[in-house]
Design a protein around this ligand. Structure first.
Ligand code: ATP
Ligand code: MG
Length: 244
């Protein structure tokens, strides 16, 4: 069986001034999987996903996304990206925000209406579309941001800490949405520092100090080091002691 890759990262490094933020990253992300990038604050997760889509340029190495060398504008159109900070117009309603971004993506007419309805329904915002975003809770804003990333029916969805500030029930709903999208063939990359969320991914990449310290299924990662939790496994691969 040929497993097609969605993302191939080869020998990618990146520094900000004297600080080495990504160190020789090599990684292949398979088509149609949910890939989690797990690492503590400042480990380089956001920088890595930004280099994937061309928002940041690596100093060395090469990146291929959906069979094209990045950066590539055509490929960008097939990616849905949700940044770590919400980029929403507070004074506009959710619907106006969606309308704005859909137009920006070049989605028009009936298709626009359908896409907005479908995406809003996936994140459970159908009944809140006419409220101004300034009246939204933190979790609603996150969901609206996910909704915007879904508008162009991306082949690859990249979400930077999508469930921060979202309660456990909604978080479950959102993960169900990711599973549904995966069933439809969408590849998904999620960054997180939440261990239980990491366990839901098909493949997990653990990142620390800009280095990829382990990549495998959550189950294999735990079994290989006899860890009873993902947290223990993370400490093990990071070369840190833990109490067993
Ligand atoms: N534009 C920038 N200029 C200088 N340093 C930066 C810049 N962007 C990121 N960094 C530094 O690079 C390191 C990695 O940052 P990054 O945002 O990738 O981490 P992260 O894993 O996403 O963290 P968090 O979980 O807090 O979002 C940090 O030390 C950060 O200060
Ligand atoms: Mg980040």
């Amino acid at each position: 069986m040929i497993i097609k890759s969605t993302v191939t990262i080869q020998a990618v490094s990146k520094s900000f001034g004297k600080q080495s933020v990504l160190r020789n990253i090599n990684l292949t992300i398979k088509k149609g999987e949910i890939f989690g990038l797990l690492g503590p604050s400042g480990s380089g997760k956001t920088t890595l996903v930004k280099t994937l889509i061309g928002l940041d340029t690596p100093d060395n190495g090469s990146i291929t996304v959906l069979d094209n060398k990045m950066p590539n504008l055509k490929v960008m159109e097939r990616i849905g990206y949700m940044a770590q900070a919400d980029a929403l117009y507070q004074e506009l309603t959710a619907m106006e925000n969606l309308d704005f971004f859909a137009t920006l993506y070049g989605i028009k007419g009936q298709k626009k209406k359908e896409q907005i309805e479908a995406s809003a329904s996936l994140v459970g915002l159908t009944n809140d579309l006419n409220k101004p975003v300034s009246k939204f809770s933190g979790g609603m804003k996150r969901r609206l941001s996910i909704c915007i990333a879904l508008l162009n029916e991306p082949d690859l969805l990249i979400l930077d800490e999508p469930t921060v500030g979202i309660d456990p029930v909604l978080r479950q709903n959102i993960w169900r949405t990711f599973e549904q999208l995966k069933e439809k063939g969408t590849s998904i990359i999620v960054t997180t520092h939440v261990m239980d969320e990491a366990e839901k991914c098909d493949t997990l990449g653990m990142i620390r100090d800009g280095q990829l310290i382990a990549v495998d299924t959550p189950k294999n990662l735990k079994e290989a080091c006899h860890a009873s939790s993902m947290e223990e496994a993370f400490l093990y691969y990071g070369g840190m002691p833990y109490e067993n």
